[in-house]
Unconditional design. Structure first.
Length: 175
């Protein structure tokens, strides 16, 4: 499937909000592996912040956004409690946030393409590693990350217990 990945633009925000809503509606009807909730996360402001900071990338097919990823240098506070593969400040590390694939395009290689892009962008940007967190019950994402060479580091509390999300696994891939 022909897919392009490019930096998100202000004109993409409405479409990103629709992508987030479509995904959350889909998750609400089945097994909600990531534990995301429509109107709470991800939301329009997630897209606005990612576009404004120049860290949100969109996967497009036939001109339509079918996936998205945010790559920045901003860890969750709990990341500082983990023993990572190497100690550094976050200027040398990409953190993956809001990794999204439209339900109609799941299992079509979009997620793999976004992860490949994260690797390539990390190499170009000369970061030393890519880190992420994933809800411990999100087996499909965990399997993808492990297949992509991410190594389990630790399990932490990100403070989302109010949403039934008590524990998150931290992963790292050295570049």
């Amino acid at each position: 499937m022909e897919t392009t990945i490019e930096l998100g633009q202000a004109k993409d925000i409405d479409e990103l909000e629709q992508l987030y809503d479509d995904l959350n509606d889909y998750l609400a009807k089945g097994i909600n592996y990531p534990g995301w909730i429509k109107g709470i996360y991800p939301i329009r402001e997630t897209a606005i912040d990612g576009v404004k900071s120049g860290t949100l990338y969109v996967a497009k097919h036939n001109g339509k956004i079918i996936g998205s990823i945010i790559l920045n240098h901003e860890p969750e506070p709990a990341y500082y409690n983990a023993k990572w593969g190497f100690e550094t400040d976050y200027s040398d590390v990409f953190v993956i946030h809001t990794f999204v694939v439209h339900p109609k395009f799941m299992k079509c290689g979009v997620g793999k393409g976004l992860m490949d892009f994260a690797d390539e962008h990390g190499i170009k940007s000369q970061v030393k590693s890519i880190r992420l967190d994933v809800y411990e019950g999100n087996r499909p994402a965990i399997e993808l990350y492990e297949k992509r060479g991410f190594k389990y580091i630790d399990t932490v509390d990100l403070g989302l217990g109010n949403y039934g999300l008590d524990w998150f696994k931290l992963y790292e891939k050295l570049i």
